[in-house]
Design a protein around this ligand. Structure first.
Ligand code: SF4
Length: 280
């Protein structure tokens, strides 16, 4: 997520408070690596107390999972008077169901959540076994906006997408007011069973690991040419970000220096996409 790198370029500490994920989204390898295990909160707090940086990136696959554990976390952060800003991963359905808890997390420093929005249609969410609703996505974005917590939404672009699918996704993003979006063409990761299923449709061999970065198309799209597909991605990024309201938001929230840094990053990404479009 290039925007994260730019915004969190200042000294940022990483901490892992749990391993694995209890959900079973069929595209995701996180659940394959290890069974879910959460560290005791007392242990997490002890580690947090040793961290000097103010910005803390909690790299759990799903930090927002257990209400009771999060209540304990909030209580202990307050008791130890720990003053930090947190960036975490969390599911939309959890955020949608826990408005008050999200407000309490904001009070102790939650500043941003990476949310696997994945899709703007229920049919696609179901096909990924996401076990959440489009209305959860909408409500989660609204709750994070209400508490002024940044929402970084990740979306999977289907390999069977045509222009209409990209238009529908844009309509969803516009309707919800999502500011930061990471568009990821479906990538069949090993361990999920997808790699085998798509093995005869790969356009980038798995051994070229550096290109399996969720930004490259690794599976041949079925309805658009490779060029058109990349062009749709680039157009969508620009439709989302190059608007007066987006630019105004960025200046107001992050100031000129960070916005310029992000713009330079966006320019480099644009050039990468243009190369892909030209290469076809
Ligand atoms: S996508 Fe998120 S919620 Fe789903 S299995 Fe992976 S880490 Fe868990």
């Amino acid at each position: 997520m290039p925007f994260l790198i730019a915004i969190y370029l200042k000294a940022c500490a990483l901490i892992k408070t749990s391993y694995g994920c209890p959900y079973q989204c069929n595209f995701c390898f996180c659940k394959e690596i290890t069974p879910y295990h959460a560290r005791p909160i007392a242990e997490v707090i002890r580690e947090l107390l040793t961290i000097k940086q103010e910005e803390v990136y909690i790299v759990d696959d799903d930090f927002l999972f257990d209400e009771k554990r999060l209540e304990k976390f909030i209580e202990e952060v307050k008791r130890h008077n720990i003053k930090k800003h947190y960036l975490v991963y969390g599911r939309a359905d959890f955020i949608a169901k826990n408005d008050v808890l999200i407000g309490q997390l904001k009070e102790i420093g939650l500043s941003a959540v990476i949310v696997g929005i994945e899709a703007a249609s229920q049919e696609e969410l179901d096909s990924y076994n996401k076990k959440s609703l489009v209305t959860d996505n909408e409500r989660a974005i609204a709750i994070l906006q209400k508490y002024d917590i940044e929402c970084y939404g990740t979306v999977i672009l289907g390999i069977d997408w045509d222009k209409t699918h990209f238009d529908n996704l844009y309509a969803f993003i516009k309707k919800t007011g999502l500011i930061f979006v990471n568009l990821q063409p479906l990538t069949p990761m090993p361990g999920t069973g997808m790699l085998e299923a798509f093995s005869d449709q790969l356009i980038i061999p798995y051994k070229e690991h550096e290109k399996w970065d969720m930004a490259h198309l690794v599976v041949r799209p079925t309805r658009l040419s490779i060029r058109s597909y990349y062009l749709q991605i680039l157009k969508l990024y620009y439709k989302i970000t190059v608007t007066p309201s987006h630019i105004h938001y960025m200046f107001r929230r992050y100031g000129i220096a960070t916005t310029m840094k992000l713009s330079i990053g966006a320019g480099k990404i644009t050039w990468q996409y243009l190369k892909k479009i030209m290469k076809g």
